[in-house]
Design a protein around this ligand. Structure first.
Ligand code: ZN
Length: 286
């Protein structure tokens, strides 16, 4: 619920309305898990939107610091990933993010990330586009080689100045000593830097949302990977796409009541189900 509140506060009202509308829509037939049929639609698609959630990162062993056993010291993400926690104790929050950055040094993109990146690169040579819309902040899509990525929750590896708003990439390790005594480096600013991550209770970046909406308007195939379609962020975007009659395919660990609204559902770890769905087809020229 917390996440949902976060989303709806940050959303343009018509997106929220689209989600609500869809929740009241009548039930549709069971989704198909026919890969051959999915591949026919995949082969025709010119603009593919891939929405990815926590499940994709989980398969790389990335901890969320949420739910049962999800602690850093005695805290969970919802205790520290808030503007209130940062204003109370910026050092503590930075320590948490420092830890999360360091954890990423031992994590690698998994077959789902790699299949998405390979697909993007291959299809771009055919004049077709793949866009990734992710809630994950770990940059594993980038590390896998994906280029066209919207990080709707920001990144562990970017800082933002609290005074002037400047966003900068930062992959230094360790980040804490690197930031010591240093604020924003922009001339005369010296403002406090914070992680460029959307925290609980904060709104999503409106420029990114606008760009994402344009992509969703354009897409002719949508994949929802590692998150169920009743859970944010897919709940926010996928019903909108499905309501235009565009095929939506879910790849996740479970079925939910929302699954019925989509054309395809492939159950299991996405590192297993996604590669055969996105691999090169014999009909592709390249
Ligand atoms: Zn600044």
């Amino acid at each position: 619920m917390i996440v949902r509140q976060l989303v709806c506060r940050g959303l343009t009202s018509h997106l929220c309305a689209a989600v609500r509308l869809n929740l009241r829509s009548p039930k549709m037939a069971r989704p198909s898990s026919d890969l051959t049929q999915f591949r026919k639609e995949f082969d025709k698609a010119k603009h593919i939107a891939i929405i990815t959630g926590a499940g994709v990162s989980a398969e790389s062993g990335v901890p969320t610091f949420r739910g049962q056993g999800g602690y850093w010291r005695k805290w969970q993400a919802q205790d520290l990933a808030t503007p209130e926690a940062f204003s109370r104790d910026p050092s503590l929050v930075w320590e948490f993010y420092h830890y999360r950055r360091e954890v990423m040094r031992s994590k690698m993109p998994n077959p789902a990330h790699l299949a998405i990146a390979e697909c993007e690169s291959r299809l771009s040579q055919q004049g077709r586009s793949v866009v990734i819309i992710t809630q994950n902040i770990d940059e594993l899509h980038h590390r896998a080689g994906s280029k066209h990525v919207y990080e709707i929750h920001g990144s562990l590896f970017k800082t933002r100045c609290m005074s002037c708003g400047e966003v900068k990439a930062n992959h230094k390790s360790p980040i804490c000593p690197a930031l010591e005594g240093k604020g924003c480096e922009k001339r005369g600013c010296n403002g406090l830097l914070r992680p460029h991550v959307v925290w609980f209770g904060e709104t999503l970046d409106s420029d990114i949302l606008t760009a994402v909406e344009e992509e969703l308007e354009k897409c002719d195939l949508c994949l929802v990977v590692g998150t169920s379609s009743i859970v944010y962020p897919a709940a926010m975007f996928a019903p909108q796409v499905a309501s235009r009659g565009v095929p939506v395919a879910e790849f996740n660990m479970e079925c939910t009541p929302a699954t019925k609204r989509f054309k395809y559902h492939f159950e299991g770890p996405c590192g297993t189900t996604l590669p055969p769905a996105l691999e090169r087809h014999e009909s592709e020229p390249i």
